[in-house]
Design a binder for this molecule. Structure first.
Ligand SMILES: C[S@@+](CC[C@H](N)C(=O)[O-])C[C@H]1O[C@@H](n2cnc3c(N)ncnc32)[C@H](O)[C@@H]1O
Length: 306
C-alpha cells in the first residue's frame, strides 16, 4: 500500500489534494438550515399553537356539554376559517365585534383563548395581532346553541337570543357572519348586509363566509349538509339561498365595501369563500333601503331547486 501511494505522480497528488480540500468543508461543517426548513419549522410551530388553542376552547365546554366540546374540537380542527381569522389578525385588538348567527360561540371562544395566549407571551410572532381587549356580542336564533355558547364561558362575550333579521345592530368595528346568511331569502340577506354596513364604523370590516353558487356540484354538497344539520337541530328542512361570487361582490361593492375573496375550504369538497369586506376609511353617509335594493341585491338568483 505504502509503495503504491509513494508511486503516485506529483501532479495526481496535487489534484487529489485540491479535490479533498474542496469537499472537506461540506463533509465536516453542519448543514445550514435553508429557507424551506425555516418555513417548515414555522408551520409546525404554528400548527402546535393552533392545536393547543383548539384543545383549550374544546375543554371549556366539556364540563357542561360533552357534545359541544366534541363539536368544537372537530370543527376548529377541520374548518380553516377560524384559524385564518386569528392567524391573519382580522379581529384587531380593542375591537367591538358582532357575530351574527354565533352558534355555540366558537369565534368568541377562540378570541378569548388567543387573547390569553398573547398575555402569556405565547402568541406566534408571525401571526397577526391577537384580539386582546375586544368586546364580543353574539346574536343567535337557536336557544340550545345559545345555552352552549354560555356554557363555554370562555369569553367576556355577551350572547343574545335574537333574530338578525330584526335585531338592532350596535356600532362595531368587525361584524362576522360565518355560514349563516344562506338560511334566509336574498331580500332578507340584502337587508342584513345593508344594516351591517350602516352599523360598522368607518374602516370596519365585515367577514362573510359564504358559498359560491357558480360551483354547482361542490356547492350543493355543502348546502345539503347545512340543510340536514338545521333539520336535525329542529329548524325544519327549509331551502337555502345562494349567490355566485360575482353577485356577492356586486352587492358588497355597491354598499361601498372593498371586497377581497379568499377560498376557505381546507380539505373539504365545498365551494366556501371568505369575503373580507372593508369599509372605506372615509365613509360619508348612511345608505337607506331603497338605494341598496335598486343597486343590485335583487339581481342575485336563488339557486335552482332550493
Ligand atoms: C351553520 S351555523 C354557524 C354557527 C357559527 N357561525 C359557526 O360558524 O360556528 C348557523 C347558525 O346561524 C343561526 N341563524 C340562522 N338564522 C339566523 C337568524 N336569522 N338570526 C340569528 N341566528 C341565525 C343558526 O341558528 C345557526 O346556529
Amino acid at each position: 500500500m505504502f509503495s503504491m501511494v509513494s508511486t503516485v505522480r506529483p501532479a495526481w497528488r496535487a489534484t487529489i489534494a485540491i479535490v479533498h480540500s474542496a469537499l472537506k468543508p461540506r463533509l465536516t461543517q453542519p448543514r445550514v438550515a435553508d429557507a424551506r426548513d425555516v418555513a417548515l419549522n414555522a408551520r409546525v410551530g404554528a400548527d402546535a399553537h393552533w392545536r393547543a388553542l383548539v384543545a383549550c376552547v374544546s375543554n371549556a365546554y366539556r364540563a357542561a356539554d360533552g357534545h359541544a366540546a366534541r363539536f368544537a374540537a372537530s370543527k376548529l380542527k377541520r374548518d380553516p376559517v377560524f384559524r385564518h381569522v386569528f392567524e391573519h389578525g382580522l379581529i384587531p385588538p380593542g375591537a367591538t365585534v358582532l357575530d351574527l348567527g354565533c352558534g355555540q360561540g366558537l369565534l368568541a371562544g377562540c378570541a378569548a383563548v388567543a387573547a390569553e395566549a398573547q398575555r402569556r407571551g405565547d402568541w406566534p410572532a408571525a401571526w397577526g395581532p391577537a384580539p386582546t381587549d375586544i368586546r364580543m356580542i353574539g346574536l343567535e336564533l337557536n336557544p340550545l346553541q345559545l345555552q352552549r355558547a354560555a356554557a363555554g364561558g370562555l369569553a367576556a362575550a355577551r350572547f343574545v337570543l335574537a333574530d338578525m333579521r330584526r335585531a338592532d345592530f350596535p356600532r362595531c368595528d368587525v361584524m362576522t357572519c360565518i355560514d349563516t346568511l344562506h338560511y334566509m331569502p336574498l331580500s332578507e340577506q340584502d337587508d342584513v348586509l345593508l344594516r351591517a354596513r350602516n352599523a360598522l364604523r368607518a374602516g370596519g370590516v365585515l367577514l362573510l363566509r359564504v358559498h359560491d353558487d357558480s360551483a354547482p356540484l361542490r356547492w350543493r354538497l355543502g348546502l345539503w349538509i347545512d340543510r340536514i344539520t338545521r333539520a336535525v337541530q329542529g329548524g325544519g328542512f327549509e331551502p337555502v339561498h345562494g349567490r355566485t361570487l360575482e353577485s356577492w361582490c356586486t352587492v358588497l361593492t355597491q354598499l361601498g365595501f372593498e371586497v377581497e375573496c379568499r377560498p376557505m375550504n381546507g380539505r373539504l369538497p365545498f365551494a366556501n369563500l371568505l369575503l373580507v369586506a372593508r369599509q372605506r376609511a372615509s365613509r360619508a353617509c348612511t345608505i337607506d333601503c331603497v338605494d341598496v335594493r335598486s343597486a343590485g341585491g335583487s339581481a342575485s338568483q336563488a339557486a335552482p331547486g332550493r
